[in-house]
Design a protein around this ligand. Structure first.
Ligand code: ADP
Ligand code: MG
Length: 453
């Protein structure tokens, strides 16, 4: 195999077996320098990343390189400048082919790929790695019930709740569990945005029947963030037929959403009623004890046992979003590892002093002015309905800062920016929080704006 292709394949598989934060931090900027017999040389941007890869990920690297045709690989690392990828390619888009669907309506026909339908599911998202507490125990139990008896108990299963509280983790855990019990099961996991896109492509390239066949051939269909189907009439119609076909055949359907089906605007009535046929479960942000348990679990997994004081400190400052919590744990670990010191509350405070601080005192207008100024757009444009990329991005940043600095509610953020619908504010804040944990450049941009406030 060509070395670039080999590395691309290896990275693709690693991406599905580690957390996104870990992938972006440790693997994304690596390359394959050479693969000569069993001698494999991996290019890394600095010695810190090299240490991490040696210490924490050597086994995984060996396993995956071996799986891709190099027997007993002997890995060496080489420090070298590795080209920085563009910001956009953080987004993982799995093509039909990567997912194993190809252009064929029956992926079983794809030679040599065993669980072609399974691709897209992260093997890290299991029931075992999920910490159960009051906020999620009902959802957890329902997911276990579905995994034990797919297609019979709660169909569809619909999980809803805020950002970063474990919806994706749980619905993928169902997929992983079902495959574990019966590897012949065809599991399809898809984000709604991807479903919409593929559907449009299918129409454009006249592949509607392949598209329909692929989804209707599933034993378990898992659709993430179904709220994004709002306003997409044609996709809703297509999904309606897929839903019916699967449901009638007693195939399991699992969905997640940021809100209850009846609160998804412009969701057709027939879909709304179908989504309510099975079981809809509300998930909440985890309580303090659960957050502590999650922090302990995640810190030990990264090779550090945080002290009880540090665990409690972090659980006290990050209350809603586990993804954010993971980002912070990763940063503390990275910071301490690089300096060979033990993580402590003081270090956490020094790194994230502002966390959980009180809202600062300046007006929403001040934030909007400063953001507009930083990105050289006018305040009028930010407040306008315009959707140009150069304007939408600063608008998202302004929404994020209104939330983060002033702790405004989403409806208030919407009002501050002259908007009617507060869900946009929710999505924007979510989007920026997510990107901040992954993108150091964006992080310094936002820090700079905070400094200007
Ligand atoms: P959502 O889909 O609700 O936005 P995710 O499922 O993507 O949230 O969760 C965000 C991150 O937090 C994931 O990496 C997930 O593994 C982790 N996480 C969330 N809840 C838990 C939990 N109860 N136990 C362990 N990890 C969790
Ligand atoms: Mg999710």
């Amino acid at each position: 195999m060509d070395k670039d292709l080999l590395w691309k394949t290896v990275l693709g598989e690693i991406e599905l077996s580690v957390s996104k934060g870990n992938y972006v931090t440790w693997f994304k900027n690596t390359c394959l320098v050479s693969a000569d017999g069993d001698q494999v040389v991996v290019g890394v941007p600095n010695v810190f990343i090299q240490n991490q890869l040696e210490k924490r990920f050597q086994g995984l690297l060996v396993e995956i390189i071996q799986k891709n045709g190099v027997a007993n690989p002997q890995i060496r690392f080489k420090n070298m400048p590795v080209q920085q990828p563009k910001r956009d390619d953080d987004v993982v888009v799995l093509t039909q082919e990567q997912r194993g669907g190809g252009n064929q309506s029956s992926p079983r026909a794809v030679d040599g790929i065993t669980h072609s339908y399974r691709a897209g599911i992260n093997s890290r998202y299991t029931f075992d790695s999920f910490v159960v507490g009051g906020s999620n125990e009902l959802a957890y139990a329902a997911c276990q019930g579905v995994a034990a008896n797919p297609g019979s108990k709660y169909n569809p299963l619909f999980l809803y709740g805020g950002v970063g509280i474990g919806k994706t983790h749980l619905i993928q855990a169902v997929g992983n569990e079902i495959i574990k019990n019966d590897p012949s099961k065809q599991i399809v996991y898809i984000s709604t945005e991807q479903f919409v896109q593929e559907f449009l492509d299918a129409i454009r390239y006249k592949k509607n029947t392949d598209f329909a066949g692929y989804y209707r051939g599933a034993d378990v269909l898992i659709v993430d963030d179904i709220q994004f189907i709002a306003g997409k009439e044609k996709t809703q119609e297509e999904f309606f037929h897929t839903f019916n076909a699967l449901h009638q055949a007693n195939k399991q359907i699992i969905m997640s959403s940021d809100r209850h089906p009846s609160d998804i605007p412009t969701l057709s009535e027939r879909l709304q009623s179908r989504f309510g046929w099975g079981m809809a479960i509300d998930m909440y942000a985890p309580d303090f004890e659960t957050r502590c348990a999650i922090i302990s679990q995640k810190s030990s997994a990264s090779g550090f046992d945080f002290s009880p004081e540090l665990v409690e400190y972090l659980a006290g400052v990050i209350k809603n979003n586990i993804r954010e919590l993971e980002g912070i744990i990763n940063q503390i670990v990275a910071f301490c590892e690089m300096r060979d010191i033990e993580p402590s509350v003081d270090i956490a405070k020094a790194l994230f002093g502002k966390l959980g601080g009180r809202p600062r005192h300046f007006s929403p207008k001040r934030i909007i002015d400063v953001v507009a100024n930083r990105y050289s757009v006018s305040v009028e444009d930010i407040m306008s309905p315009k959707r140009d990329k150069e304007i939408v991005f600063p608008r998202h940043i302004a929404m994020f800062l209104l939330r983060d600095e002033l702790h405004l509610s989403f409806p208030k953020i919407a009002v501050a920016l002259g908007r009617k619908d507060h869900t946009t504010a929710m999505h924007s804040v979510e989007k920026i929080s997510r990107e901040l944990s992954l993108d150091p450049r964006l992080k310094s941009e936002v820090a700079e704006i905070r400094g200007m406030l």
